[in-house]
Write a protein that binds this ligand. Structure first.
Ligand code: NAP
Ligand code: GDP
Length: 318
């Protein structure tokens, strides 16, 4: 029988963590694996002693590191300092503790929003450190970029295999549907629910023209499990739908309206920021490894997410 693997997922109660749990519970778990999903209730990862106590308790052999201070454009605009400090602390603690406890592999999470603002498109894995990120989220971006620095350092100096994935905008069940602090799709899903219930206008913030590649959390989960098991590079890998699948915020909002069957009035609040215009990423590297991977069609995944929110309205983060 193969050696027992203990896989610890930090941020295990969030959008991506819950999707990994779903995929693991629905057929991906291998007999020699134990999966442990933890949240801030198990350990405050910005505190080293608390982080070490949790690793001592579970003794993981591998770590999927998702825990982070996360938020949409409008939360980032307000709290750049907190995003930087909290995420730097969490990432340094998790990687240092992983090394101290002999963890063989760590897969952490970057994001396509951390790339240089002034760049050529499509963005690829080599461009992370080429110039300043968009000013709206410089705190989050610089902290995330340092994961790549840490991974290279741990490999070169200590010889371990710590790597990272770079997802585009993620959405799905268990997202943070808060209006001010969350990302665009959960925000729009919450807004359409309220507009239908209250008979009010559906308001899209900004002009609707910025463009995004969205990835369904359950697709991302399948890909991250593949990365944990099969990807051996230290260089990160972009996990994204194709460039042709990029949509405008207006098109994304239309998909939400269709899934929710909303018939009311739609307005744009152009007093709100548009943020970064686009961050179009190449999935060429992913396709070189997994040419046949099938992403869930956008409309289907949006429908599942809208239905999840409607069913779980009372307990959802909102
Ligand atoms: P999320 O839903 O906000 O979940 C965050 C998770 O981190 C929760 O489980 C939370 O625990 C945990 N956490 C936060 N602070 C912590 C702390 N100090 N100590 C321990 N745990 C802490 O986030 P997500 O959207 O799943 O994001 C997961 C990862 O993907 C993050 O690294 C994020 O940067 C990255 N990412 C996300 C997106 C996106 O669009 N959402 C896009 C690209 C990359 P509690 O439940 O106890 O608070
Ligand atoms: P980003 O992709 O990192 O910029 O973050 P978001 O997921 O917050 O997306 C921000 C983009 O969506 C901007 O162009 C916003 O103007 C637009 N947007 C439209 N409506 C909303 C909304 O209800 N919430 C959020 N967060 N953004 C919205």
């Amino acid at each position: 029988m193969s050696e027992k693997q203990v896989i610890l997922v930090t941020g295990g109660t969030g959008l991506v963590g819950k999707a990994i749990e779903y995929v693991v519970q629905n057929g991906e778990k291998q007999p020699n694996e134990e999966w442990i999903f933890v949240s801030s209730k198990d350990a405050n990862l910005s505190d080293l002693a608390s982080t070490e106590a949790m690793f001592e308790k579970y003794k993981p052999t591998q770590v999927i590191h998702l825990a982070a201070m996360v938020g949409g454009l409008f939360k980032n605009l307000k709290y750049n300092l907190d995003f930087f400090r909290t995420n730097i602390q969490i990432n340094d603690n998790v990687l240092a503790t992983s090394y101290k406890f002999g963890v063989k592999k760590v897969v952490s999470c970057l994001s396509t929003c951390i790339f240089p603002d002034k760049t050529t498109y499509p963005i690829n894995e080599k461009m992370i450190h080429n110039g300043p990120p968009h000013d709206s989220n410089f705190g989050y971006s610089y902290a995330k970029r340092m994961i790549d620095v840490l991974n290279k350092g741990y490999n070169k100096q200590k010889g371990v295999n710590y790597t990272a994935v770079i997802p585009t905008n993620v959405y799905g069940p268990h997202d943070n549907f808060e209006l001010e602090d969350g990302h665009v799709l959960p925000g729009l899903i919450n807004k359409v629910y309220c507009a239908k219930r209250d008979g009010t206008d559906f308001v899209i913030w900004g002009t609707g023209s910025p463009r995004r590649q969205f990835i369904y959390s359950r697709d991302l989960a399948r890909l991250m499990i593949w990365v944990l098991r099969n990807y051996t590079e230290i260089e990160p890998i972009i996990l994204s739908v194709s460039e042709e699948d990029e949509v405008s915020i207006k098109e994304a909002a239309e998909a939400v309206l269709k899934a929710a069957d909303f018939k009311g009035n739609v307005v744009f609040d152009t007093s709100k920021s548009d943020g970064q215009f686009k961050k179009t990423a190449s999935n060429e590297k992913l396709r070189s490894y997994l040419p046949d991977f099938k992403f869930t069609p956008f409309d289907k995944a949006i429908k599942e997410t809208v239905e999840w929110f409607e069913t779980n309205y009372e307990t959802a983060r909102k």
